[in-house]
Each structure stands twice: as C-alpha cells, then as structure tokens.
Write a protein of this length. Structure first.
Length: 349
C-alpha cells in the first residue's frame, strides 16, 4: 500500500469537484469560501480545479469527461500537496471511464479526502492503484465555526500531525439528528443532540466485554460500493486475496438505501466474494434506516455480517449522519471497543 507525503506547513491544498461543486452559489458555497479563508489564515496556499465553481453536469459539477480530466490533472500535478473533494453528489461513477487508474498507480501518490459519492475514488484508489486515501469530510464542511473534533482529526491525517506512521481516531460522544446549517446559518456547527450508543456483536450474539480486531480498512458508502460491484472497475476480490494475511475490516454506511436495499447489498457483496477473509465490520448510522416490515437497520446489516462470526460494530461514527471518524482506506487498522468507547488505530504499512 502506498501512502502519500503529508501536507507541509505553508503547503498547497487542492480542491476538485468530481461530484458536486459550488456552481449554485448557495450557502454551501459560502461555507466552502469560509473554509478557504480559514485555511489561508493558517498559512496554506489554495489550488482550485476548473470544476469547483461550475454547475454544468447532471448529478456532478460538469460533464463526466471534464470531471475525469480534472481528476487526472489534479492528481498528476506537482502543485497540490493534498486534495479535498468539494462535495458528494449522485453520478460520480460516470467519470470513471475517463480516469486512468494505472497512470495514477504509477504517479506520485497524493492524499485525497472525501466521502459519500467520493467512494468512487477513495475505494478505487486502494483497490486499483494500491494507494491510501481518507474517507472523511468534504471541503465545504470545514466552513463550520468552530471546527468539530472530527474535522481536526481529518485535517491532522492530511498534515501528519496525527502520526507520521499512522493515526488514531476515537468516537465522538454525541451525534446530529437534524442539522441547523442552511441559508441563514451557513457556518453553523453540528447540532449534537443524540448520545452515541454502539451495538456490538460477535456473529449474531451480543458481545460482552472488550472487542479487539485487526485488518485492512476497506469500504465507504454502500450505495456506491454495490454500484461498482461486477463492473470492470471491480477488482475487490484481487485486493482481498492480496491482503489475505492481514484480513479486511469493512467499514460501511448507507445514504439513500433503505433497510431492504442494505440487506440486498450485503447479500450481493457476500455472493461476489468480497467478504472473504473479513476480520470485522464497522457500520455507520444509516441515513435512511427507518424500519420496514419488521426489518430494522441493525438487522439489515447483521443478517449477512453476523454469518461471518467476526466482530460487528453498529451505529459507529461513520458517514452521512455526523460526526464521522475519518478513516484511511487501505491502512492496517486496529479497532478496540469497550462499552460506548471506540478507537481505531491506523498503521501506514
């Protein structure tokens, strides 16, 4: 696994929009501009891809061709020291035929951070280019005042302040059910009203005492992962076999998928051989996890994950229901859970 160099003091942060950009000019653009001003006040330089402030595409900032070209140009440029996606979106998958992952694998690696639709890059950088990336907040989120601890954790990974040989993140005590950010409050911090309550299993049995497990961190937004499954970009089984001695910790979270779609997606991953050599699961709070026909979100994930007889941690701080622990996709992770406390050590080996 290749790990990029860290963002140095006074270095250059690059922004690209392979999914949504800020062409609409609404409060999200205000938040992004505020984040840029904050980074500039910290002494960093900025580099903007050509699609950051356009709105020409369907479900993404521009055409798939232009977004793919932006990805290649920004990743292969020698100017940015790290790259952060402007935002999530809907159809980032359509840019993939215009991204040369073989060329990215041969070039100097650079940190890329984003989540949701950006799974199309964070996941494929690991499985196709053996390059680590950060499944973490997109650029506009950094416009909040003040930064939540999760944003400090994410930026520390990019700078290496979280550790030069790895990083450590821990869960956050409270989470946000309803956001206060909007046109009247573009810089509002997370509205933290709910206490984190982890549900931990070994197989399908409730876990007792402390859980510890280790493996390569792989995953992202389940909506995007199952969309990639079976395409020419799917080299997951080869990745899983390549790192079989380490095993895999799957970190998963869902956006639009309802509980039955989640259960079908987990079945599909198993039948495609993705879950071979699994050492454990970290599952985030699903955004659309309302119960349906006697199936809840926990059962949606646990029905298949529980068959593997490994630790399964549900309702972790991952993904669309913030805050989210930033995870380095491709790193060797060590997870420790005791009660409602969770920590993930990531080793850059």
């Amino acid at each position: 696994m290749r790990y990029p160099k860290f963002l140095p003091e006074g270095g250059t942060i690059g922004f690209l929009a392979p999914s949504f950009g800020f062409g609409g000019g609404d409060y999200r653009a205000e938040a992004f501009n505020h984040a840029v001003e904050k980074w500039q006040s910290m002494g960093y330089r900025m580099m903007f891809g050509p699609n950051c402030y356009v709105q020409e595409g369907v479900g993404i900032s521009s055409t798939p061709e232009k977004c793919g070209r932006e990805v290649m140009d920004m990743f292969l440029s020698e100017e940015p020291d790290c790259l952060i996606s402007c935002g999530g979106g809907e159809l980032m998958c359509e840019i993939l035929p215009h991204v040369d992952f073989q060329k990215l694998a041969q070039g100097e690696p650079v940190w890329f951070m984003g989540y949701s639709d950006n799974t199309n890059l964070t996941y494929l950088l690991a499985t196709l280019a053996d390059t680590a990336s950060v499944y973490g907040p997109c650029a506009g989120t950094f416009g909040m005042e003040p930064w939540h601890k999760s944003l400090e954790d994410a930026f520390s990974i990019l700078t290496g302040r979280g550790g030069r040989d790895g990083a450590l993140v821990e869960g956050y005590d409270m989470w946000e059910r309803e956001s206060l950010r909007g046109p009247e409050a573009p810089f509002a911090p997370y509205h933290l009203t709910e206490k984190r309550l982890l549900r931990c299993y070994v197989g399908k049995e409730l876990a007792e005492g402390e859980l510890r497990f280790r493996g390569r961190l792989l995953g992202g937004c389940l909506d995007c992962l199952v969309n990639l499954l079976g395409t020419r970009f799917d080299r997951t089984r080869e990745f899983v076999e390549r790192y079989r001695e380490d095993g895999i910790i799957w970190f998963l979270e869902a956006c639009d998928l309802n509980v039955f779609a989640i259960r079908r997606a987990m079945w599909q991953m198993e039948e495609a051989g993705w879950l071979e050599h699994v050492k454990g699961f970290l599952v985030g709070r699903p955004m659309n996890g309302a119960p349906m026909m006697n199936l809840d979100a926990w059962g949606a994930f646990l029905e298949m994950a529980g068959r593997k007889n490994v630790p399964v941690v549900l309702d972790a701080d991952l993904g669309h229901v913030p805050p989210m622990m930033p995870l380095v996709t491709g790193s060797l992770g060590e997870v420790a859970v005791k009660g409602n406390q969770i920590r993930v050590e990531m080793h850059y080996v």
